[in-house]
Design a protein around this ligand. Structure first.
Ligand code: MG
Length: 217
């Protein structure tokens, strides 16, 4: 694949930052703990696919889950920004799915190892269309949902985030320099569940401003 962002000629995808444990009810269903700072992990950009793409279940896993998430696309070099100024760094938003090999993640957690293998397979970062970010978009009040074969599995709202988008960007920018083209998956609400070969998975952000349909093989 090339790494060009379809909506923004000349801009390429960069790092993919992901936030874990950002919705209380998802933390409950995972029997995890609330943390003082955001939990951060990465996916390789080779895991990106788009609307109409296919998620391939890797032979290493028998339990692959959907995690629907609001995704932020960074538009400017961002370092050490405070939450009050962080939204200026957002170029666009989209619906995305943090596909997760739950069995591999559980093994990694049990053994105190990184989550990379469970999160980073090819096709494990499906993205919907990007919507230009403007200040009239309320990042703290966006519906995100996902259906599998037409049945709703997750229906959340970003108002339930433990760390707001602005706090996430601020926190990340104090650890790393963020660059145009970087993505941030902001965490998933409750309702994660398995996907199987033959399934059709549809994600939606806020009245379908960004949508995504993928097939599972
Ligand atoms: Mg996630």
């Amino acid at each position: 694949m090339d790494f060009n962002i379809p909506e923004y000629p000349g801009l390429q995808f960069g790092s993919i930052y992901c936030i874990g444990r950002n919705y209380a009810k998802h933390i409950e269903e995972m029997k995890s703990e609330v943390t003082e700072d955001p939990v951060v992990f990465l996916k390789p950009r080779s895991s990106i696919i788009f609307d109409g793409g296919t998620v391939r279940i890797p032979k290493q896993s028998n339990n692959v889950h959907h995690e629907v998430e609001l995704v932020l696309l960074i538009g400017s070099i961002t370092r050490n920004v405070e939450p009050g100024n962080a939204a200026h760094s957002i170029k666009a938003i989209s619906a995305g799915i943090d596909i997760t090999a739950r069995d591999l993640q559980s093994d990694a957690k049990k053994n105190g190892l990184p989550w990379t293998l469970s999160k980073g397979f090819d096709s494990f970062a499906p993205l919907g269309n990007f919507v230009n970010y403007t200040p009239d978009i309320h990042l703290g009040d966006l519906d995100i949902s996902v259906k599998v074969n037409g049945a709703t599995r997750q229906a959340g709202n970003t108002s339930h985030m433990l760390f707001s988008c602005e706090r996430i960007i601020s926190y990340l920018s104090k650890q790393f320099t963020l660059y145009p083209g970087d993505l941030i998956f902001t965490g998933t609400p409750e309702g994660v569940s398995p996907i199987l070969p033959g399934d059709t998975v549809q994600a939606s952000l806020q009245n379908n401003i960004s949508t995504l349909t993928i097939h599972v093989e």
